[in-house]
Structures are given as structure tokens and as C-alpha cells.
Write a protein that binds this ligand. Structure first.
Ligand SMILES: [Zn+2]
Length: 419
């Protein structure tokens, strides 16, 4: 049974008791139409990973209009603006990512049907940017002065080959961030505070190569070496908790013309992940041991040449561990409860929050959509049929607003929940 500490509870009640906060929450509900309109405007400014410039420029203009200071686009293409606090609280980052997984020419418009908006990228993560605009309006409307500074950022290169690149650049250049809040999950009822770490590698096995019959017995076979390695990896067992996984995702060797040839090379690609850094390291060691053994055994069998192998890292997602009783997680739990939403503890995660957590910055990833039933949970992000449930979507904005205030503290009223 999850228990929230008395101090977090007290502070949360104090926050909800403030007239300005209640005003802010009511404003956010009334502001629903505007955030939906922003979302529709943003989604047609296409922003494939590595090509976010146009959407970034739009966000920068909005940040200025909404009164943020020091608005700029950094070396990584991220757009940042600051809302100053009173100077005696933590610096809190609130971010959503600019990029989508869709190439230019995918989004032609937004369709609205049966309470859903339909467009590729309409939720992931376009909605987060619209939510940030809504939060800024609510802060402006109520004049709430936070204790800590609020840093709003629209990040680049979160998806796929971007590998959380925008966030990595941003945190490398801004060592002063104390708390990090990401908005990048479909269902707002999920509490995402675990950070799954993972790595992706390619290994190429090399030999001499020759005729399948003529050269047979005179050399080791790289494809067979790769297969030996993969067969060993296939037999691995990993813990269910902390969840750990491995997958050989590619296996290549030979050519169409070379069906009667010992291929001179074979390559495999593989990805492995874990919610525990320690398990990940253990698994990594085992995988590379299997690869070395595969090459050795194949070489030893023929005793002619030696199969060599080379590795190349293709990607890395950093991770780390946070306790479910981190006051920030408690704040998010209380926020959901106050909205009559049953919190679900997410297992693992691979979002920009990982980058913060790996740097020991307390971090959370929050959701974009109010999805109370099976039907509304069918959001299908990363597919061209992506859709976003409109009904009561403002609740996700309210949630981020509350967690943000708990994190930054309010001048003259209460300190950061993380203090
Ligand atoms: Zn996303």
C-alpha cells in the first residue's frame, strides 16, 4: 500500500487552499478550447526529428508573447524561456519535445470526430507544447509568484535516432536545473519516475570468405560464428523485476549472388535494457562474452584462420533509480487523487526524464491525455492513426500546474516539496 508522507500531504492541502491556485485550476478548465486550438496549430507545423526549426521558431514567438524572459534557441535547437521566481527556491524545468516520428508531408490537417482529434503527432508530443502555453496563461492570469525560477523548454531530437539528444545537450549546458518535469506520456494516470537504461550495438564478425564447397574446411565461417553467439544470447534469462530485456534485432550476412559462398562477414545488431544499472552492466558483460565465445568456437572448430569481431555502439539511453517515495512522486500522486484519478505506478520509462535522472536531478514524466477508459486509452501514438481524446483534457494541464507549484514552491506560502 502506497503511503504519502505527512509533510507532502500538508503542503499539498496548503497549496489547494490558496485562492490563486484554485483560480488557476478553474482558469485551466475554461482555457481548454484555447489549448486545443494551439495543439491544432502546432501539429501542422511538421517537425521530424532533426528538423524541428520551424516549430521551434513558432514556440519561441509564443514564449515571448506569453512573457517569458531570456527566450532563445540554443546550440541543440531547443527553445527556452524563463519565468523568474522570488529567488529562494529550486530551478524547475518543464519540458516537452518538439519532434515527431513522422517525415515531412505526413500531416495534412486535423480531423475531429467523436470527441477525438486525429493527426499524426497530435498527442506525442505536440500536446505537451500546447499544455505549456496553457500553464503560462494560467500563471499570468493568477499572477502566482513561485519561489524557484521556472524554465520552460521545447526540446529537439527526443524520438528514435535522436536518442534524447536535445535534452542531453540542454542539461549539459544548464547545470543549474534542480528539478525536471517532462510531459511525454499518453495516459496522465501513469506515474513515470523510473528510468530504464539501455544500449544498442552492432557487432561485425569477419573472416576470409570463399567458395562454399571449394574453400570448405579451409576457413572459419563468420555467419556461423554470429549464429553461435546469437544462440547463446537466446538462452539468457534475465530478472522480471527489475525488468530487464534483450533482443537481437538484426542479423545480416552474405549476398543474393553469394548463395554458394562462405560470406567474409556477418553482422548483428542488438538492444538491451534494464530498470537497474547493475543488471544492465551484468547483461552487457554476458552478451559480449557470448560474442567472443561464438567467434572463438567457430575459429577453434576449423583451426585455420581466426574470426575477428568489431563492435560499434549505435545508441545509449541513460537511466537511474528514484524511490517511489520521492516527495516529487508523492506530489504527483496527490495531484492525481485530487482530480479523482487513480494513479498507476509505471514500470520503467524511456523519456527525457531519463537524462535528468541519470544526472541525479529529481525528475518525473507526466501524461498528456485524460484517458479514463479502454476506448480513450487507444491513442496509437507513433502511428499515422494517432488520436487525442478531447474530453476533459484540461485535467492533464491542471496536474502539471499543481506538480509544478509543489516543485517550485510559492513565494510567502510554502517551500518546494523537495526541500
Ligand atoms: Zn514523445
Amino acid at each position: 500500500m502506497y503511503q504519502v508522507s505527512e509533510s507532502s500531504k500538508k503542503q499539498f492541502e496548503k497549496m489547494l487552499g490558496l485562492a490563486a491556485v484554485r483560480e488557476g485550476l478553474e482558469f485551466i478548465e475554461r482555457d481548454q478550447e484555447r489549448t486545443i486550438a494551439d495543439q491544432k496549430k502546432l501539429v501542422v507545423i511538421e517537425a521530424p526529428t532533426f528538423h524541428e526549426e520551424k516549430r521551434a521558431a513558432f514556440v519561441a514567438e509564443r514564449f515571448k508573447e506569453l512573457g517569458l524572459l531570456e527566450v532563445h534557441i540554443d546550440r541543440g535547437g531547443n527553445v527556452t524561456g524563463v519565468r523568474k521566481g522570488s529567488g529562494n527556491g529550486p530551478r524547475v524545468l518543464v519540458e516537452g519535445h518538439l519532434d515527431t516520428v513522422f517525415p515531412f508531408g505526413t500531416v495534412s490537417g486535423v480531423t475531429e470526430k467523436d470527441g477525438y482529434l486525429y493527426a499524426p503527432g497530435i498527442g506525442d508530443d505536440t500536446r505537451a507544447l500546447a499544455m505549456i502555453f496553457g500553464i503560462l496563461r494560467a500563471l499570468n492570469e493568477t499572477g502566482i509568484r513561485t519561489a524557484g525560477d521556472l524554465v520552460f523548454t521545447a526540446t529537439t531530437r527526443e524520438e528514435g535516432a535522436g536518442s534524447l539528444g536535445g535534452m542531453k545537450d540542454f542539461l549539459a549546458d544548464h547545470q543549474d536545473i534542480d528539478i525536471s518535469l517532462s510531459i511525454d506520456n499518453n495516459d496522465m494516470s501513469m506515474l513515470i519516475f523510473e528510468a530504464t537504461c539501455g544500449e544498442t550495438w552492432e557487432v561485425v564478425f569477419k573472416g576470409i570468405g570463399g567458395h562454399a564447397f571449394g574453400a570448405f574446411g579451409k576457413m572459419a565461417q563468420p555467419i556461423h560464428a554470429a549464429a553461435r553467439a546469437v544462440a547463446k544470447i537466446a538462452e539468457f534469462t534475465v530478472p522480471e523485476d527489475p525488468k530487464t530485456s534483450f533482443c537481437v534485432s538484426n542479423f545480416h550476412g552474405g549476398t543474393d549472388a553469394g548463395v554458394h559462398a562462405i560470406a567474409p562477414a556477418a553482422s548483428i545488431k542488438f538492444n538491451f535494457r534494464s530498470n537497474s544499472r547493475e543488471e544492465l552492466e551484468k547483461l552487457k558483460e554476458k552478451i559480449f562474452k557470448a560474442i567472443a565465445e561464438g567467434a572463438e568456437e567457430e575459429s577453434d572448430k576449423w583451426q585455420k584462420d581466426r574470426i575477428t569481431w568489431e563492435k560499434r555502439q549505435l545508441g545509449e539511453v541513460p537511466g537511474g533509480f528514484q524511490s517511489p517515495n520521492l516527495p516529487l512522486v508523492e506530489a504527483a500522486y496527490l495531484g492525481l487523487r485530487s482530480l479523482d484519478i487513480e494513479p498507476v505506478f509505471g514500470r520503467g520509462g524511456c523519456t527525457n526524464a531519463n537524462v535528468a535522472i541519470s544526472r541525479n536531478i529529481p525528475a518525473l514524466c507526466m501524461g498528456r491525455a485524460f484517458a479514463p477508459d479502454q476506448e480513450s486509452k487507444e491513442i496509437k501514438n507513433h502511428s499515422i492513426n494517432e488520436r487525442f481524446p478531447i474530453k476533459e483534457a484540461y485535467k492533464a494541464v491542471q496536474q502539471v500546474f499543481m506538480v509544478l507549484l509543489m516543485a517550485a514552491g510559492i513565494q510567502g506560502e510554502f517551500d518546494s516539496v523537495m526541500k
